[in-house]
Design a protein around this ligand. Structure first.
Ligand code: ADP
Ligand code: MG
Length: 718
């Protein structure tokens, strides 16, 4: 089948543009609203966005009309409520703006306030984890006016996309956004309580800021299409290591090649048009691996934008004859991909509560915030770990790869020093100063170093004025980890305020509380090498959980501690948590079942036939040589190869049979924890047993006969 690709360079080389003009071009942002909406309506909407006031239908009608006019100017023919059900991807259902034809046969383009604020997709086909029987199919999408609407232009034409939350008929969350918005309210309320205690009466709102760094792989699309495992599962299920891996570390931050650079250029432009602040791009550690980071934004906008980043990375790859792999572990033996969720809490007047200032030791508010976060992470380490659980991420977390599955907090030299003082004397009297960087070269500028070096092995690292949660999977929504972060920190703030608001002598009380929290939760702090075996043992002695798989992580969602946390702040009800638990197990089992079936298909229809061809070829060669030479000695090499290949073939055939039988058992099981555990324990072992002889065969069989591109072809020849 001939496939048409735009390859290399893509003919875009001559197109230059001004970023400032392009940026946000397709977003119904504040500037557009200010320009287009009547003053009164604009003011009302700002109150809804900023202060959570209710939106009346009359105002919504005006906004909807203006939004439609604006979108039509951008070429939009349809609108969609854009939402994030628990499928892992975004969902949309398009409606065109046209109305019933008028007597003259023409149509009008219309979009009402009601259509803007409420949608009703049939919810029965989205995962609900038992929250909703199929006969109660109603589900509603509700406009999230805090995340701007945008026009997406692609092959389908232009579509007005309205970010929405997605709930069941009875108001239970069926998506990622609803709990996120609820958790943002919780952290807002509790942070305001806390800063009021320190005399801040002016800040009106506190919002979590999030900057997610996104890792991804690019492979050539023609090669990708020859790998059923990549097509169906997003990762390679077979594949021998190439002679060269990432050991030379020559890819990390290496010069970006033309084909990739042209791709990144296109990605940036698309994202900028959508108002996504794509900022940093570089090659990552593994060959063919790259990273894109935006400038941080309010949590819910960051979550939506990250979805757009993932969609755009995939879409633009197609135009460049490539495929973007977002799977956490596309290639065994090569670094996997994650997402680093940078998180801080900032007031509406720009104060970052995680900013230690120059002298953290006398920044009492910061020390309280910091020790509250230590408490939150220590108390809910299992939940934070769970928030990054995903079938693909099991290959990274706890599998000797970055980061380790044990949650710990990296503070760095300066803060560790302050913490040590607090713990030993109850008082911190000094902060380590930032030193001048000495390069020994006169012509290089002297500048002050950061107070702390980085630590790339910590799952939860303090980096100057934010925490970086490094466990999140590259393919996952960043909503769950942020829901957890917002909620657990809100709880710690709330506990602190409950205590401090009652005390007469605030200064003494706050000092005592900081010291108490520092002592009680110092075990969660670890500044060393998170990948080392010593740490695993040390963490065990400290009693920190080391949760290696999704199946073991999921129970954290429904412990008494977790339910109490989420119910207290109305983030999740117990029923919602139970439903999410079911969905997680089910999605995990489904993912592994697809992997097993893909392996069965590839082994049975492609690999075994190829090996048979090869062995037949060897046998024929032996016979030919024998009849020509009439002697045995000359064929011993071929015979050895034939014996070896036949043995491996037998091994593979037996492993395939076992995998087939076990996979059948697995899919017949009832969905739930038991089934998921079966897939993790039995099916994964079966898959490994099949992969091992096949990978050895790949190293022997004539490359011309091997039915798919190798690792070398995939990651070194993009
Ligand atoms: P790194 O050197 O860790 O790879 P990057 O520049 O790739 O750093 O990414 C850092 C991310 O952290 C960016 O998305 C950036 O916008 C974000 N960030 C910076 N400051 C904050 C903050 N105060 N709160 C949240 N995110 C932040
Ligand atoms: Mg980075």
């Amino acid at each position: 089948m001939p496939i048409l690709f735009l390859t290399k360079g893509c003919g875009h080389m001559s197109e230059y543009y001004n970023v400032a003009e392009v940026f946000g071009e397709n977003v119904f942002n504040d500037t557009v609203m200010q320009e287009r909406l009547p003053k009164k309506v604009y003011k009302k909407l700002k109150e809804v966005i900023g202060e959570g006031k209710e939106l009346d239908l009359e105002t919504a009608d005006v906004i909807a009309h203006e939004m439609k006019e604006w979108a039509i100017e951008k070429g939009a023919t349809h609108y969609t409520h854009w939402f994030q059900p628990l499928t892992g991807v975004t969902a949309e259902k398009h409606d065109s703006f046209i109305t019933a034809p008028m007597p003259n046969g023409k149509v009008l383009m219309s979009f009402s306030g009601k259509e803007l604020i409420k949608g009703e997709p049939d919810a029965s086909s989205f995962p609900s984890g038992g929250l909703r029987a199929t006969f109660e199919a109603r589900g509603y999408t509700a406009w999230d006016c805090t995340s701007p609407a945008f026009v997406r232009q692609d092959a389908a034409g232009a579509t007005l996309c309205i970010p929405t939350a997605f709930c069941s008929y009875t108001g239970e969350a069926l998506d990622q956004k609803t709990p996120l918005l609820r958790s943002m309210e919780a952290i807002n309320e509790q942070s305001l309580r806390l800063i009021r205690l320190f005399g801040n009466m002016t800040s009106k709102k506190v919002t979590p800021s999030v900057g997610p760094e996104q890792e991804y792989f690019l492979v050539d699309r023609e090669k990708y299409l020859k790998r059923k495992d990549l097509i169906f599962t997003g990762r390679t299920l077979f594949g021998a290591m190439p002679p060269k891996g990432q050991e030379m570390e020559d890819h990390y931050f290496g010069a970006i090649r033309e084909r990739i650079a042209a791709y990144m250029r296109d990605v940036n432009k698309e994202l900028w048009k959508l108002g996504v602040t794509a900022k940093t791009q570089h090659n990552e550690v593994a060959p063919a691996q790259h990273e894109l980071a935006p400038i941080y934004a309010e949590a819910n906008v960051a979550v939506d934008n990250n979805q757009l980043v993932m969609e755009t990375l995939k879409k633009v790859a197609g135009r460049h004859g490539m495929t973007c792999l977002l799977h956490e572990k596309p290639f065994a033996g090569v670094n996997g991909s994650g997402k680093h969720n940078n998180w801080s809490i900032v007031t509406d007047d720009g104060i970052n509560l995680l900013d230690p200032g120059k002298t953290p030791h006398d920044n009492i508010q910061f020390l309280l915030v910091l020790t509250c976060i230590l408490k939150a992470v220590d108390k809910h380490a299992d939940l934070l770990r769970e928030s990054a659980a995903d079938a693909g991420n099991d290959h990274r977390l706890g599998a000797n790869e970055a980061p380790p599955a044990i949650i710990s907090v990296f503070l760095g030299e300066q803060l560790q020093d302050v913490l040590t003082q607090l713990i030993s004397t109850g008082e911190a009297t000094r902060s380590l100063k930032r030193e001048v960087l000495q390069t020994g070269v006169k012509t290089l500028p002297d500048f002050r170093k950061d107070a702390t070096d980085r630590n790339r092995t910590s799952p939860f690292a303090f980096t100057g004025n934010k925490f970086e949660f490094r466990m999140v999977g590259s393919n996952d929504s960043i909503a769950p980890p942020n829901v957890v972060l917002n909620s657990i920190v809100a709880e710690a703030f709330s506990d602190a305020c409950d205590y401090l608001e009652k005390e007469e002598d605030f200064d003494t009380a706050v000092h005592n509380l900081i010291k108490e929290q520092a002592i009680a939760h110092q075990r969660i702090v670890f500044n060393g090498n998170g990948y080392s075996q010593e740490w695993v043992e040390e963490a065990g002695r400290r009693g920190l959980p080391n949760i290696k798989s999704l199946v073991d992580a999921v129970p954290a969602l429904t412990t008494e501690r977790t339910v109490a946390l989420f119910e207290k702040f109305n983030v999740f009800t117990k029923a919602e948590l139970e439903s999410r638990t079911e969905i997680l197990y089910e999605n995990y089992s489904k993912a592994l079942n697809i992997e097993a079936r893909t392996m069965i298909d590839m082994a049975g229809k492609q690999i075994i036939p190829a090996v048979i061809k090869y062995t037949t070829f060897l046998a024929n060669s032996i016979n030919a040589v024998k009849s020509a030479c009439q002697g045995a000695a000359a064929t011993s090499a071929q015979e050895e190869l034939l014996v070896e290949a036949s043995q491996l073939l037998a091994e593979a055939k037996a492993a395939l049979g076992k995998l087939q039988a076990d996979a059948e058992k697995g899919s017949a099981m009832e969905a739930g924890r038991k089934q998921a555990a079966y897939y993790r324990d039995e099916i994964k072992a079966d898959m490994d047993a099949l992969r091992a002889p096949v990978d050895k065969l790949e190293m022997m069989v004539d490359k011309e006969m091997w039915p798919m591109p190798s690792y070398g072809d995939l990651i070194f020849e993009v």
